[in-house]
Design a protein around this ligand. Sequence first.
Ligand SMILES: N[C@@H](CCC(=O)N[C@@H](CS)C(=O)NCC(=O)O)C(=O)O
Length: 202
Amino acid sequence: MLKIHGIPRSRAFRCIWAAEEAGLPYEVVPLGFAPGFKLERPLPINPNNKIPALEDGDLVLFESLAINLHLAGKAGAPLMPAGDDASRVMQWTLWTATEVEAPVMRWGYNTYLKPAAERDAAEAAAGKEALDARLAVLEGVLAKSPFLLGDTFSVADLNLACVLYAPWLNGYDLARFPKVKAWLDACLTRPAAKRARQQREG
Ligand SMILES: N[C@@H](CCC(=O)N[C@@H](CS)C(=O)NCC(=O)O)C(=O)O
């Protein structure tokens, strides 16, 4: 059985959602945080000593979005489509990792993650400005089709929506981005997403 190391209240949530969406049996091997967001014990199977990590037989993977691509690949289409759409999945996944995640974290650390006394309002505003610029791009794409690759949900949507899940859950102002809001609502209320969210939100 697949082993996902981490806890639902971490980036392991992303892989739990992907495993649920792929319909693959998995167990979560709990590993959480000590104060300061450091791991409570080492995770030797990940040279970065971070969660999540996946064990799939002899294969060990780190990087949450790469794990999701692997899980989607095991499920095949439509979660992981073939041909040009597979390249589009890579495009959106890399866009998520290189363009979207940093502003999400900059905003998140300075609005709800850090203790109130350590939050920096200017940093939160800078994160929001950068994230809004990406959301404007996404708004234009989602004006043309309900999901990133067209009419069907795929791991491209999952990988982007799982990174935008925290802002969506924590009051990010999406009023200027109604298509993004509707798309996130659709992605994050899918049955598989709800099962993953239940583990995280309890
Ligand atoms: N890019 C990595 C980031 C992994 C990451 O930063 N994980 C956090 C928890 S969500 C962690 O393990 N933090 C512990 C530490 O940095 O010591 C991924 O997406 O998997």
